[in-house]
Design a protein around this ligand. Structure first.
Ligand code: LMR
Length: 399
């Protein structure tokens, strides 16, 4: 029965961590998965998370099931974080928010909703995009297509190509957009470009589906990083938005996130909520409670919230510092090459333009682990290792 099941390849991102663990070299550096590390290259549990956990323990929280849609205090806090606390969609109850299993689980719930209620609608993904977007949609039975995004010539955004592809998509398509800090390229549209993308969505009646995985983590400002979804709402569009607390609260393993449908009337929001609950019940019944309580405690309480913002700015700042340092080291090694893409890209990642063969050189010769598409996680780099990494990159480009 099971003999015909073929061996699956390792996951392109999480598989890199497995290979890293198996490497015995002292030089090894894991820049594969997007997970924040301290200057000592250790995982980081935020102080606000520790404080929230202590408060929860003191309160003696129980382990009962949550409702299918999740923890009420978390749901209101997360919607307010996404839209801003005074957003009319919240006041008018035009938003259906379900706590779900971090970014992936929330996207998956959204994809299941699309498969059931918008059948035959294709989702358009940027090329490239986070690899799991394709898995999630394919496994949910949703067709996906690409729109142009990255221009290897300029190592920047192929905005004309993107607009052309979104324009030629059939009316009523779904356009997946990265809320901020595009993964894997670190290249975001400017405000003027967002305006043109929104114009096109209005003209074509496309439904924007935002993947918001880095709010507060890209720029250090929660409001700045939520610019795009808020702007699209201001323009009168309905949106779907998935949120993750893996990076900004460092709750990777707790799987905390949410799926939001921000619609034009409360009646639709109520009906959509009832159906999304049915889908969630069959997928995982109800979401895990511990991480949601931590997030609700931090996001929903002014003292902890302010402290969180400071810690987040600390993380975002550390990433910006190593980014700059890496750039400086690369310029020292090869001043003829234009390395400005490194400092132009934002967020957790840098898309280096290294080819798969050059990536292999990075790993085999220099013990630097990264994804095959040439992406490196800046969050996994420290100051001390920037010179080593720059030498490895320079050597690999010359290969
Ligand atoms: C990444 O892109 O490295 C992260 O979002 C982690 C993941 O689940 O792939």
């Amino acid at each position: 029965r099971f003999t015909s099941v073929e061996q699956a390849p390792p996951d392109p991102i999480l598989g890199v961590s497995e290979a890293f663990k198996a490497d015995k070299s002292d030089l090894k550096l894991n820049l594969g998965v997007g997970a924040y590390r301290t200057e000592e290259l250790k995982p980081y549990v935020l102080d606000v998370v520790k404080k929230a956990e202590k408060a929860l323990l003191d309160k003696g929280e129980n382990k009962e099931y949550l409702p299918i849609e999740g923890l009420a205090s978390f749901r209101s806090a997360t919607a307010e974080l996404l839209l801003g606390p005074t957003h009319p969609a919240i006041k008018e109850k035009r938003i259906a928010t379900l706590q779900s299993l971090s970014g992936t689980g929330s996207l998956r719930l959204g994809a299941s909703f699309i498969a059931r209620f918008l059948p035959g609608t294709a989702v358009y993904l940027s090329n490239p995009t986070w690899g799991n977007h394709k898995n999630i949609l394919s496994d949910s039975g949703v067709e996906w297509k690409n729109y142009r995004y990255f221009d290897p010539e300029t190592v920047g955004l192929d905005f004309d190509g993107m607009m052309e592809d979104i324009k030629s998509a059939p009316d009523n398509s779904i356009i997946m957009l990265h809320g901020c800090a595009h993964n894997p390229t670190g290249i975001d549209p400017t405000e003027e470009q967002w305006a043109k993308i929104a114009d096109l969505c209005i003209e074509k009646n496309h439904l924007p589906f935002f993947d918001v995985a880095y709010q507060g983590f890209a720029s250090g400002s929660l409001d700045e990083d939520a610019y795009a979804p808020r702007y699209f709402l201001e323009r009168g569009l309905e949106i779907i938005a998935a949120q993750s607390y893996s990076k900004n609260l460092g709750l990777y393993g707790e799987r905390v996130g949410a799926l939001n449908f921000v619609l034009s009337d409360s009646n639709s929001a109520q009906r959509v909520m009832s159906q999304a609950k049915r889908l969630a019940r069959a997928l995982y019944s109800n979401p895990p409670v511990h991480g949601a309580r931590i997030a609700a405690e931090v996001v929903g309480q002014p003292d902890l919230f302010d402290e969180w913002r400071e810690e987040m700015q600390g993380m975002a700042g550390r990433i910006k510092t190593v980014r700059q340092k890496l750039y400086d080291e690369l310029v020292k090694l090869n001043g003829d090459k234009d390395w400005s893409f490194i400092t132009n890209q934002i967020g957790m990642f840098s898309f280096t333009g290294l080819s798969p063969a050059q990536v292999e050189n990075m790993t085999k010769k220099h013990h630097v682990y990264m994804t095959k598409d040439g992406r490196i996680s800046m969050a996994g780099l420290n100051n001390a290792k920037t010179e080593y990494l720059a030498k490895a990159i320079d050597d690999s480009f010359r290969n």
